[in-house]
Unconditional design. Structure first.
Length: 242
């Protein structure tokens, strides 16, 4: 935060209530959507400018259309989505449910979460253009992971998860990094803790900044920051014109 000084900082998997944060950042207004379950999931947005509106989770309309709970819990009670409206756009941070090693949550992901989240950002877009970011727990294309052939059909690279991402693109949301660097390889944002994967850059790109087409032209730069340590993910960023 000191090095990059972001105007808006979006966090996922905070695993905390606001009062548990050991970090004091007086330059930011802080907004948290924490999970009901202690020490689990959660999102937050820290912003220098005070938002006009904050929304935790999905609207009642979305909640009523989908049956979210499964045997692992109710993802709508896990603080996974937080939306902040500023003067001329929304910013949304999301922590997408993992489909699990044996794909136990793939059906939830494919039939419930992905369409619900897309409906959410489209609802927001009726009010103002939308930027959304976070851990989507999917590598969209083969270029987005170091070893695509070995991982086809495994969690994070199934047909269903990639289709969910395709539908965001089809709805005119732009993958900002790929729009700037369509053919650049080795742009990864997550590495397993095993086998020196990060040092060897054997990773996955599963964290994204997406922009609605009304905002995409204002995105002048998009980057990943693999040099920033402290997590098995690295930060991703965009710069937009005023």
């Amino acid at each position: 935060i000191e090095d990059h000084d972001p105007d808006i900082l979006c966090l996922q998997e905070t695993k905390a209530q606001p009062h548990q944060s050991p970090v004091d950042l007086p330059q930011y207004n802080e907004y948290w959507n924490s999970a009901e379950k202690a020490g689990y999931s959660g999102t937050a947005i820290f912003s220098k400018e005070k938002p006009l509106e904050i929304r935790n989770g999905f609207s009642d309309t979305v909640q009523q259309l989908f049956n979210f709970p499964d045997k692992y819990g109710d993802p709508t009670k896990e603080g996974r989505v937080l939306s902040a409206r500023f003067k001329d756009f929304w910013v949304v941070t999301v922590y997408t449910p993992n489909s699990k090693d044996k794909l136990e949550r793939l059906e939830l992901r494919h039939k419930v979460w992905d369409p619900a989240f897309l409906m959410h950002v489209k609802e927001l877009e009726m009010v103002a253009p939308v930027l959304f970011c976070g851990d989507f727990n999917v590598a969209h294309q083969e270029i987005d992971l170091a070893r695509p052939k070995e991982n086809i059909g495994k969690h994070g690279f199934t047909v269903e998860e990639r289709e969910g991402f395709d539908k965001m693109i089809d709805a005119d949301f732009v993958d900002t990094l790929r729009s700037k660097y369509p053919d650049k390889t080795e742009l990864y944002t997550w590495w397993t803790n095993w086998g020196g994967a990060r040092e060897r850059n054997v990773g996955w790109r599963i964290d994204y900044w997406m922009a609605g087409n009304k905002l995409a032209d204002r995105v002048v730069d998009a980057n990943i920051h693999p040099d920033v340590m402290g997590s098995d993910h690295c930060p991703v960023s965009i710069v937009i014109t005023p």
